[in-house]
Design a protein around this ligand. Structure first.
Ligand code: GLY
Length: 570
């Protein structure tokens, strides 16, 4: 008996030693065990995953995923829009690609106002005049050229094939295409996406021959084809014949820009995120810095006090957003002042624990002037530890609703993200200022917040969401849930979300998971609370800092989203 016990003791000791040797190997950050692509649409995640299987890196996979979403997720996936990509390379470098649309040269400050200075309804949100010059193809090409490993043609091919051979229509896609009256109003959109009223049904195959032909040209001739070739001519011809403003010159002048990320700290975690012309990164960091004054762990993730403090941090940061943000190539954004921890701590000082501060009494703060609903997000991590967080968009569902005849793709309505009339609310109800007024070639302000979070200099979270201004708050809440409330990535993404954007002065709370008692408590603090459907559609990847295990999470709110894992080759 004694012999058996000591045999097992020796056996256990050897196992523990062996395991700890193996574990040490596994904890090396360059030994992440698998890659993951998570996006809002299964075929697109799979297209990216296939690139990883073919030894492409996260940037290669991101470009393939983005182009595939342009085929399979026409509500927001696009080549006719724009967006932002945050990249963190395995060697520790990080960067961002700004491929936001720009206003056409013929655009101007008052282009959406009537002769009395009033906003003309729908002009900046739907129809041909709502479109900015698209940036997606240029942005993806820049990312691939600088940080990818594969040929352009090889990452375009999966999307071309999906467009040419078609793919199964999901219930969600069928309903989204059928229900958009703006697609019906545009003859080409109605033909391509609604089959002239014989709507696509779940389970049918959706082929897009014109889009396949466009992708084939872009694949064979290169990304420049979109800006100087037949596609550019198609866009410009259509604009000219239909009262639009984008010209061949606008297209040939378009440039994607590589920008330094904004980087901040929250309780020992490093947050790498998007600088202007997105407000997302700075507003996110401002809110985190404001909340650092409170013991959020102690307060608890679902307590009314937690939501109250979030609302107070959100209203203050969004008040600043209304005043200080615009395209940094045109206006001075006081980035250092806005990101000064002392400034955001001072913004926290008038937060009362027992009373809501009316937004009417919150004005934009005074940072030191040191210097200058529908969107989609996907996240990619590869087995080497490269990470990509990408959010891009047409702006509202199906963008402007206008399809370029013969080219098969929708144009954005990103012009509505400008302050078409400074001080008046835009389509998201956001009040925006002079700094975000329209000017030729200027980029409209965004809320997109592709973000990568590091612990001890290694990525632990790649995250982002669609949802206009709610994007920033969705990303905020996922980070708080992980850092302060120690949730798993799945729990953090699943948890009930809320939103406050200063004006209108109300908390929007997801109906799912919200207790009546929480609403009552918030009302008793003086908040106006509105219950609504879901907020955001987060596509996140968590990396376990100890084991390196990678977990992709496609938001349970996402109808067709999927995380696809690719085990590392042994
Ligand atoms: N189009 C939404 C945003 O960029 O914030």
């Amino acid at each position: 008996m004694k012999f058996i016990r000591s045999y097992f003791a020796l056996y256990s000791l050897i196992s523990v030693i062996l395991l700890s040797v193996l574990m040490r190997v596994e904890t090396r950050a360059d030994d992440l065990r698998s890659g993951v692509v998570t996006s809002a649409e299964f075929h697109a995640s799979e297209a990216g995953a296939q690139i990883l299987r073919n030894d492409g890196n996260a940037i290669d996979a991101a470009v393939a995923t983005a182009l595939a979403l342009a085929v399979t997720y026409p509500a927001a996936g696009n080549i006719g829009g724009g967006g932002f990509m945050v990249i963190r390379l395995a060697d520790g470098r990080s960067t961002t690609i700004d491929y936001r649309e720009v206003a056409p040269e013929l655009g101007g400050r008052n282009m959406y106002l009537d002769t009395n200075g009033n906003l003309i309804p729908d002009l900046s949100t739907h129809g041909i005049k709502a479109a900015g010059v698209p940036g997606t193809v240029a942005g993806l090409a820049l990312a691939l050229k600088k940080y990818g490993t594969m040929k352009w043609a090889d990452v375009v091919e999966p999307a071309r094939r999906l467009a040419y051979e078609g793919f199964l229509v999901s219930k969600h896609l069928a309903s989204s295409l059928k229900s958009d009256k703006w697609l019906t109003k545009d003859p080409e959109s109605c033909r391509v996406f609604q089959r002239n009223g014989n709507f696509y049904r779940e389970g049918e195959i959706f082929k897009q021959p014109e889009l396949a032909a466009t992708l084939k040209r872009i694949k064979e001739i290169g990304p420049d084809e979109f800006y100087r070739g037949e596609t550019a001519k198609q866009i410009a011809r259509f604009m000219k014949s239909s009262g639009g403003l984008i010209t061949e010159k606008d297209l040939s002048k378009y440039r994607a820009i590589e920008r330094k990320p904004v980087v901040g700290q929250y309780r020992g975690y490093t947050i790498i995120t998007m600088p202007p012309p997105s407000s997302g990164g700075i507003v996110l960091l401002q809110m985190l810095q404001t909340l650092e004054s409170f013991d959020m762990t102690q307060i608890g993730a679902t307590s009314p006090q937690h939501y109250h403090l979030l609302a107070e941090a959100m209203r203050r940061a969004f008040a600043d957003r209304s005043e200080y943000f615009g395209d940094p190539d045109y206006v001075k954004v006081p980035m250092k002042g806005l990101l000064d921890p002392a400034y955001n701590k001072s913004r926290a000082q008038d937060i009362q624990l027992t009373r809501a501060t009316p937004s009417s009494s919150i004005k934009p703060g005074e940072p030191q002037p040191h210097e200058s609903t529908e969107t989609t997000h996907f996240s990619v991590v590869d087995a080497h530890g490269n990470a990509v967080s990408n959010t891009y968009t047409l702006n509202f569902l199906h963008g402007s609703g206008v399809t370029v005849p013969g080219a098969g793709f929708l144009l954005n309505d990103e012009m509505d993200d400008f302050a078409a009339k400074p001080g008046a609310a835009n389509g998201f109800g956001l009040i925006q200022g002079e700094k975000n007024a329209i000017a030729p070639h200027k980029r409209p302000l965004s809320s997109m917040t592709p973000t990568i979070v590091l612990k001890n200099n290694k990525p632990i979270l790649v995250v982002g969401s669609p949802g206009g201004p709610t994007i920033i708050n969705s990303v905020l809440q996922v980070i708080l849930n992980i850092v302060d409330h120690k949730m798993s990535v799945m729990e953090a993404v699943n948890a009930t979300r809320m939103h406050h954007q200063w004006m209108p002065d109300e908390i929007a709370m997801e109906r799912r998971g919200t207790q009546t008692s929480t609403v009552d408590s918030l009302k008793s603090l003086g908040h106006t609370v509105r219950l609504q459907g879901t907020i955001g559609d987060v596509q996140a990847i968590g990396v376990d800092p100890i084991t390196g295990a990678v977990t992709g999470v496609s938001d349970p709110r996402s109808a067709d989203g999927r995380a696809v894992s690719v085990p590392a080759k042994r």
